[in-house]
Design a protein around this ligand. Sequence first.
Ligand code: ADP
Length: 302
Amino acid sequence: MAIAVVGSIHADFYVKTKRFPQPDETVIGSDFAIFPGGKGANQAVGCARLGVETYMIGAIGNDYIGSLLVENLARNGVRVDYVYKASCNSGVAFIILNEETGENMIIVSPGADNALTPEYVENSLRQLSNKVKIVLTQLETPLETVYRSIEVAKKMNMITILNPAPARELDNSIYKFIDVIVPNRVELQQLTGVEVNSIESVFKAGEKLLDHGVKAVVATLGSKGAAITTPWLRAIVKAFPVQVVDTTGAGDAFMAGLAVALLQNMDIVEAVKFANATAALKITRMGAQSMPTRSEVENLIS
Ligand code: ADP
């Protein structure tokens, strides 16, 4: 059985500079690099690297960046049959890094991510209905598309996992279709209004989401690991201690690990342990898509 990831596909353009330009000013920067990104694409690459058949349902623009993004997904083993080419630009982020202060300035142009329609996602999921067991989605595409994918997937008896990132307000009526919601601390606080400043408050906020109809809440807690709240369980699953190199994409690696583990019928505690290990390995490397393989994760756990 397979995982379908419904979400964003971006290219991140990074340039380093010693100081930010003023309006109308040009400064000469130093290194420049393009990295593939987008939470959807990162999570799809994460799942595929863990050895599971993974379909990306998303959109790219009709530009050469879109072709690069699709090639990158395919090279990482993601099935790209349901990546749609929209008549606009691909989703991009321009990131200016200030080498002196460590600050950054970012402009995102969502482009094709905003062209991913509920109808397109519904049709894709229907065509994949006998292959896909888990649907994984985030909040970098239009909310009506996110809602439709969760509702349609649930009605087709798939397992639905929502990573509510970046934080956006959600309609209360969607929660009953969500099997597992996976916020970080900031997102958990924004979704529930509970001030998240202790383990007790994480569980309290988790229970609020359960009251809305979610089946399980897995809150990621950075170096502390993750907290599970279900109607019958409150548990903390510790992170793996590792040398931190780059935490970009840690949350995306966690999502991939969790989805793959649940696909393979691990119970929720085992699955969160597998997700912590996947995220821990990712943060030992540079880049949002430097996702570990299954044997690397198994070695860390054993
Ligand atoms: P996000 O990056 O989305 O804000 P978190 O910071 O909560 O999310 O991190 C996601 C997951 O990455 C954590 O649940 C944990 O498994 C792993 N992680 C993050 N930081 C560390 C760390 N310093 N050491 C080990 N694991 C970490």
